[in-house]
Design a protein around this ligand. Structure first.
Ligand code: FE2
Ligand code: FE2
Length: 150
């Protein structure tokens, strides 16, 4: 079973796409489009972090007994990523193209490193450890279904 990898990995991909579209809108000075794409990106990213922090990580900790391990590292990275995301949002409001693109680059690199750790380490471990607890994720994560893609 790889339900967790599939679902949470898909959310990474979908946020990456929004991010690229937002950057493109900023690059062509389309601030109206950039503003609405930023809002969408921000909502989806924060929802994804919440899915992890409020559902996946606590279940992982409970089932594996690993409370000070990867989940703590991921939580502290989320905190930094939230700050960077907010800085991008403030710069979008001010139509500050240089600041948006500069902070976006930092945010995106950091996010990719974060996502790789989740996809290569945490999600595979979680798929193992939570095999029998997927219903709890279904109950707590909007849209999560305990099925594999293929
Ligand atoms: Fe994460
Ligand atoms: Fe994630």
């Amino acid at each position: 079973m790889s339900s967790i990898q599939n679902f949470f990995g898909e959310q990474h991909r979908s946020c990456d796409e929004l991010f690229e579209k937002m950057e493109a809108a900023v690059s062509r000075d389309d601030w109206q489009q950039a503003g609405s794409l930023y809002q969408h990106l921000s909502d989806d990213t924060l929802q994804h972090f919440a899915n992890e922090e409020q559902a996946l990580f606590p279940l992982f900790e409970e089932k594996t007994g690993m409370r000070q391990g990867p989940t703590q590292v991921m939580r502290s990275e989320h905190a930094e990523l939230r700050e960077l995301l907010q800085r991008i949002g403030d710069a979008v409001q001010r139509h500050d193209r240089g600041e948006v693109l500069g902070t976006s680059e930092t945010f995106f690199l950091f996010l990719q490193q974060h996502n790789v750790k989740e996809e290569q380490v945490l999600y595979p471990m979680a798929d193992q450890a939570l095999q029998d607890s997927l219903q709890e994720l279904v109950d707590r994560v909007p849209g999560f279904r305990a099925t594999t893609r293929g």
